[in-house]
Design a protein around this ligand. Structure first.
Ligand code: B12
Ligand code: SF4
Ligand code: SF4
Length: 348
């Protein structure tokens, strides 16, 4: 019944898992102990470590865990203008997936209560919640954890975000007896393709070298020695997913809310990005604009030609801005500046 409700809400996969201790908490703790989390100190705080080891710390009356996967757009627009463009990771091109996922989980809880005919306590979780999301998705049979550490849902691939709903009611378990086994075989394309060499080994990622971490989580300057390898990724990175054979093909229909909000939210004009102030940058990455700007790829050719002419001129004026210092996502603009004019002398 709950799986039908999840399907109606657009989830690509869903499962009900019994609430048990996780099996990979020690792996998580040893990953932290090795320093792989970098500056993401919150991951080691007691209010993150404890609940990750015991889901009931998040809802003590919880009896079942519903795990879900939501698909996002795997395609990438091909711009026809002559602007110098960067790349934003696919999961971040549409509405903020945290909000989209949360709204859907709340809707799922409402429908479940209606179906049960009685109110039921629930707790929606996504990303920043202290939950080992990939493990629980795997335990639910949604897919397997692969060498690039992504949860891959066979038939869809890894372009899915995960969410959970803790429910204070015994729901019929749909999880398989044993979770799906990794299906990477002898492939190691993702490990070899990672531009910054962020994989310590199969299944182990050192976030400190990951472009996703460097362009989103890291505060302050991006280490100089990694800049060339980062290329034109300005927010997140998809390389270890792009090369994965499980992502070949069309997959499943993505959630419409996660489609790119505009061409610039997929492949931004780097000069314009570099010139944004801290507030404008915050606006740009906030991703909460519900009145969506449509028209990806619809920039009129005349404007595109004028923009191309202006690019060289504007690039000459790009300077690191004082108000970027210490700001979250500051790397996005300062890196955009160095990507446009690598010899600009920008050292932050
Ligand atoms: C911290 C974090 C990051 C960090 C560290 C990523 C990492 N691989 O550890 C950084 C900032 C680098 C990052 C990047 C990205 N992230 Co992130 N991130 C998280 C977060 C908040 C915690 C992950 C974590 O605990 N890492 C520590 C490691 C040890 O745990 P783990 O990743 O769960 O790995 C498990 C396996 O590796 C397994 N394991 C270990 N050894 C072995 C050995 C074998 C044989 C097997 C089978 C398994 C296995 O045990 C671990 C514990 O369960 C989760 C949300 C959450 N609450 O879980 C999102 C999450 C993992 N991120 C997500 C996304 C989308 C991304 C990016 C794709 C974004 C982008 N395009 O830029 C990249 C992908 C990079 C990559 N290859 O992982 C999604 C992943 C969805 C999916 N299909 O897997 C999540 C689940 C968020 C969500 N709600 O959807 N992320
Ligand atoms: S997201 Fe990019 S930088 Fe991070 S591990 Fe994957 S390929 Fe490497
Ligand atoms: S690229 Fe190959 S090794 Fe990497 S996750 Fe995909 S199948 Fe596994």
């Amino acid at each position: 019944m709950i799986l039908d409700l999840a399907r109606e809400l657009g989830f690509a996969r869903a499962a009900v898992v019994p609430i048990e201790p996780p099996r990979r908490h020690e792996l998580y703790a040893s990953w932290l102990a090795a320093g792989h989390a970098g500056e993401m100190a919150y991951l080691a705080e007691p209010d993150h470590l404890g609940p990750r080891a015991d889901l009931r710390a998040l809802l003590d009356s919880a009896r079942s865990l519903v795990v879900v996967a939501l698909a996002y757009d795997r395609t990438s627009p091909v711009p026809v203008d002559a602007l110098v463009r960067g790349k934003i990771a696919r999961y971040a091109r549409g509405e903020d997936y945290h909000l989209v996922m949360r709204d859907k989980l709340v809707a799922l809880a409402d429908r479940l209560a209606r179906a049960l005919g009685a109110p039921v306590a629930t707790r929606p979780c996504v990303d920043s919640a202290p939950v080992l999301e990939r493990e629980w998705a795997e335990r639910g049979g949604l897919g397997f954890v692969a060498k690039n550490t992504m949860l891959i849902a066979p038939g869809i691939g890894s372009y899915v975000v995960l969410g959970e709903l803790l429910v204070a009611a015994e729901l019929a378990i749909t999880a398989p007896e044993s979770p799906p086994k990794p299906r990477c075989g002898s492939c190691r394309s993702c490990l070899d393709a990672c531009p910054t060499g962020a994989f310590v080994d199969a299944y182990v990622l050192d976030a400190r070298r990951c472009i996703s971490y460097l362009t989103i989580e890291h505060r302050g300057p991006i280490p100089r020695e990694l800049r060339a390898a980062i290329g034109t990724w300005v927010f997140g990175c998809d390389v270890c997913q792009e090369v994965c054979p499980f992502n070949a093909g069309v997959g499943t229909a993505p959630d419409p809310m996660l489609a790119p909000r505009s061409l610039d939210h997929a492949v931004p004009d780097l000069v314009a990005l570099a010139a944004k102030g801290a507030n404008q940058l915050r606006q740009f990455v906030r991703r909460t604009d519900r009145a969506r700007s449509r028209g990806v790829g619809a920039r009129p050719a005349r404007r595109a030609r004028a923009a191309a002419r202006a690019t060289r001129e504007r690039a000459r004026h790009v300077r690191p801005r004082r108000d970027h210092r210490g700001a979250r996502n500051a790397g996005l603009a300062t890196y955009a500046a160095t990507a446009v004019i690598p010899d600009s002398g920008i050292t932050r």
